[in-house]
Design a protein around this ligand. Structure first.
Ligand SMILES: [Zn+2]
Length: 345
């Protein structure tokens, strides 16, 4: 553990920062619809003659007041995404943006609730269209994508069961995980145990959003009641060292999204964010964007912020990417291929 006086010094040199921004990156926490560039959504709305002008600011970015309003705007913006073809186009737009930011491997959260209303047959069609678009992007942009089905917590356990059934039916080399997103203030982790058990039995790896809004107990619940190996966010475990040490001991990986946390006011500034302290204490932390255009961030910006605030250099980011790739839900052959790309970049 480092002492306060041997913290890394913030990086200010522009050339050094530029090298850091250009590093190859592994991202584990990206909501598929949440990655939709606003221009893409606006274009789609226009084609479909749907008026969603109210979800945009004057400058064309997404507009909302807080997390709960964000959920509303998110649903309104993504309501124009209807068909498998829409999702294939979304996939192309999202991966082009990720590749531009140096991402070489990404896992994205997909919800059968939005893709076919929880119907397995319909879900298969969406999945096929997304997967084909992802394979095209892999050939043209050198970015690998894998999918994680997420149930939506505030939709309740019944809908989660349908999402889990869709996930179990399509589990394989591309659809590799199951998780939960949505409003942490609704229900308990254990209400969704049936769905997580089903997904585990189908061979899917598990993650759940916890400790973004609720405290350490929520993070413990996700680990103990659902048996997840990764946590979406988890940062609010930080004040409770017993929980932090549990995460380190059990080698739970946190999918940390610093820009998202600051934008939504979980922490006032990046300086107040616990990512550096958690890493220091031995927790496996990784870096992701969550819903990048909604939070006015990119993977490049995340890296730059961490370098400028905590002095994270190439060595730290190489370690972060090793941790992320190690915690990725893909098969061994994919992991090996991505590892080579990280090493040669
Ligand atoms: Zn998230």
């Amino acid at each position: 553990m480092r002492h306060e006086d041997d913290r890394l010094r913030p990086i200010t040199d522009e050339e050094h920062l530029d090298r850091i921004a250009r590093l190859p990156k592994v991202e584990l926490h990206l909501h598929f619809e949440g990655g939709a560039p606003p221009a893409f959504i606006r274009g789609l709305a226009k084609e479909k003659k749907v008026d969603i002008a109210k979800v945009f600011n004057r400058d064309g970015s997404y507009a909302y007041r807080d997390f709960w309003h964000f959920l509303e705007v998110y649903e309104a913006a993504t309501s124009v995404l209807k068909t498998p073809e829409d999702y294939a186009r979304l996939c192309t737009a999202v991966l082009e943006e990720s590749a531009r930011n140096g991402v070489v491997y990404s896992e994205t959260f997909l919800s059968p609730d939005f893709c076919g209303g929880g119907d397995v047959g319909a879900w298969r069609e969406y999945l096929l269209a997304i997967r084909e678009a992802a394979e095209r992007a892999e050939r043209s942009h050198g970015i690998t994508l894998r999918g994680i089905v997420t149930c939506i917590r505030h939709f309740g356990p019944d809908k989660a069961r349908r999402a889990a059934l869709c996930a179990a039916e399509t589990a394989g080399d591309w659809l590799v995980g199951f998780g939960m997103a949505g409003d942490e203030k609704k229900g308990k982790q254990k209400d969704f145990a049936w769905s997580f058990d089903l997904a585990r039995e189908a061979g899917l790896r598990l993650t759940s959003h916890a400790g973004e809004w609720n405290g350490p107990q929520e993070v413990r619940d996700a680990v103990e009641d659902l048996g997840v190996e990764r946590i979406g966010h988890g940062v609010r475990a930080a004040p409770d060292l017993a929980t932090v040490d549990m995460l380190a001991e059990r080698e739970i990986t946190l999918e940390v999204c610093p820009g998202s946390n600051v934008f939504l006011g979980v922490y006032p500034t990046l300086k107040d964010h616990p990512i550096d302290r958690l890493r220091d204490r031995g927790v496996r932390v990784t870096v992701s964007t969550d819903d990048p255009p909604f939070f006015h961030t990119t993977m490049r910006q995340e890296y730059l912020g961490l370098a400028k605030t905590f002095g994270w250099d190439e060595e730290v980011f190489a370690d972060i990417n090793r941790t992320a790739l190690d915690a990725a839900f893909c098969d061994a052959a994919t992991r090996e291929a991505v590892k080579k790309r990280l090493e040669t970049a």
